[in-house]
Design a binder for this molecule. Sequence first.
Ligand code: KIV
Length: 261
Amino acid sequence: MPERVTAPKIRAMKGNQKIVCLTAYDQPSAAIADAAGVDLILVGDSVGNVVLGYENTLPVSLDDMIHHTRAAAKGTKSALLVADMPFGSYQSSVEDAVRSGIALIKAGAEAVKLEGDYVDAIQALMKAGIPVMGHVGMTPQSVNVFGGFKVQGRGKQADAVLEAAKRIEGAGAFSIVLEMIPSVVADKITRELSIPTIGIGAGPDCDGEVQVFHDIMGLHPGDPYKHTRRFLNAYEAMTLAAVEYAKGVREGTFPTKDNSF
Ligand code: KIV
């Protein structure tokens, strides 16, 4: 059995080794990420836009997250499995936060991530034995407050992002995602915090990077987003495979006797 990555191990990687994180939403994607040796697999609420066809993460429910966390846990042997707390599962009360966190741990997560400086919720989750990952900057659950998916922390806003990150660290988070903030701001936060920063659209100076599985695999048609890179054009490769399959069936070259019993 491979040795499992734990939340304390992720924390101890700061300053020693870049931390590699990738989202996964089901058994096969988690198994691929795990076999590739990523340190942390995030069952992101981005499942809403990349898998479930929603416009953003707001409709994602706790039941959706439990369902996908259970599946991803089946494919994860070594990486730390972190599940996102979806919109509405922690904002109303600390009791809600703990109840939701426990449900995600029971589904197979080993830690949870929540957006914003919900200091009381983070402390209560820690007290319940649940490691917490923070998330600041362009936090997608606040898209309506931001008026769209826009870079945060520019100019005078930079200090507000830094202060929120410090409060989250103070509450006991073991790491923090910095999403879509200027790289100079991410660099400063990384130097001022003792917990690892995990960037996405936050430049090269964070302690680690997180990307969405479907983005790096090229599972969407169209141009990649600026903050990502396609390491494969899976959309094209899989569409071609489906075309070949259809051709085989229509022309009678598949299935053959070799595929028969
Ligand atoms: O939901 C998600 O995938 C995320 C990452 C992009 C950080 O929160």
